[in-house]
Design a protein around this ligand. Structure first.
Ligand code: SF4
Length: 366
């Protein structure tokens, strides 16, 4: 580790402590570091008496996906998104579904070099309407993500953050000035779950979604991965949806997605599709307008119904659009109701394809 490393850059959200350590102020983890130590996220470290980011311009891989896979169902529907991530994470979820990236050490994982301009150019060439910071949480590499977002905006391409929302207020405000849409993973609706399974705190995540909804123009959707016996009790789902309704409003889309056994939670069975349907019914009963099931085959749970007339205006099969009955500005073609979301022209035609990209973007992709 060296400050001369091409991928290492200075950061600004940190402060010195009386005992000689330096505290990183990017996320509520508040790592307190001695010289040479890395934070829990692994990609931020104390070097030369400051906190640096060691993964600027490095990627763990790229892929073109449908935006519905992020999941975002109300943001440029049907369009292609260039997804990428780096390495590391600032939570320690025992059920992590991307643990090979999030728990990796960068020397193993960060194979590709990618400048912000490289990423924007490739997204443009591939016809992507957005770039998504995903696979691991952009909170920990937000300076790089913000520069990528700026380069994308110069080409008319949007930027999406797929995040757990575990971020301190000041860097959060700076980062989300660059972002157009976010899917925030609300991992459960209990402090106990966050503390024991993710090693974090629920209230910090709730602060982030309230901030995004009320103090920014970022389009917001929420995802909860339902884990059998851990966060799928009716009362907990009901409390979560009631909180969303009362604090964020009925138009914020909510996705309930299926867990598969992974990382340190291989002893729990996959989520039965019936649990997702039950959660969706509870959410609709609490008055939320747009509730989806994910990672399962469920036509009804993948459909957007118009709040005005009840018509099935967007029917999805996995991530592909099977019916699309909205105008270019997102109005129901039956009754004219303007659906919440970001709509700009006809639906995209990317379908459910997944296109992995190989190689170093600076030298071209295959
Ligand atoms: S961003 Fe990383 S180093 Fe900073 S507080 Fe969070 S986990 Fe620790």
């Amino acid at each position: 580790m060296s400050c001369d490393d091409l991928f290492t850059t200075a950061t600004k959200y940190w402060h010195r402590l009386d005992d000689g350590r330096i505290q990183c102020d990017v996320c509520p983890r508040a790592c307190k570091l001695h010289e040479g130590q890395r934070g829990l996220c692994f990609v931020r470290a104390r070097l030369d008496d400051q906190i640096v980011l060691t993964s600027y311009g490095r990627s763990s891989g790229f892929c073109v996906d449908p935006v519905e896979k992020k999941p975002l169902n109300h943001f440029l529907p049907g369009s292609a998104v260039l997804s990428f991530g780096t390495a590391g994470c600032n939570l320690a979820c025992r059920f992590c579904q991307n643990w090979d990236i999030s728990k990796s050490r960068e020397v193993d994982t960060l194979a590709s070099r990618a400048t912000p301009d490289d990423i924007a150019r490739i997204a443009d060439e591939l016809g992507c309407r957005s770039v998504a910071f995903t696979y691991n949480d952009p909170t920990i590499f937000w300076e790089y993500a913000a520069d990528v977002a700026d380069a994308c905006h110069q080409r008319g391409i949007k930027a999406i953050s797929v995040t757990a929302g575990y971020m301190c207020a000041a860097p959060r405000a700076e980062f989300y000035r660059h972002i157009d849409a976010a899917n925030v993973d609300l991992k459960a609706f209990s402090e106990d779950f966050y503390r024991t399974i993710c090693v974090g705190h629920l209230h910090d995540v709730l602060d982030t979604v309230v901030y995004l909804r009320h103090e920014t123009d970022v389009w917001l959707e929420i995802t909860t991965l339902l884990i059998p016996g851990r966060n799928d009790a009716d009362a907990e789902i009901s409390a979560e949806c009631e909180w969303i309704r009362d604090n964020l409003g009925v138009d914020v889309p909510v996705h309930f997605t299926a867990f598969h056994p992974d990382y340190k939670m291989t002893d729990i069975a996959p989520t039965p599709p019936a649990s997702l349907t039950r959660a969706r019914d509870i959410a609709l009963g609490e008055g939320l307008r747009f509730v989806y099931t994910g990672n399962v085959h469920d036509t009804e749970g993948g459909t957007t119904f118009c709040p005005g007339c009840g018509a099935a205006v967007v029917v999805r099969d996995w991530y592909a659009l099977r019916r699309y009955a909205l105008t270019d500005d997102g109005r129901c073609q039956v009754c004219g109701w303007r659906l919440a979301g970001v709509y700009d022209g006809p639906a995209g035609r990317w379908g459910r394809r997944r296109l992995p990209l190989l190689g170093n973007l600076s030298g071209g992709v295959k």
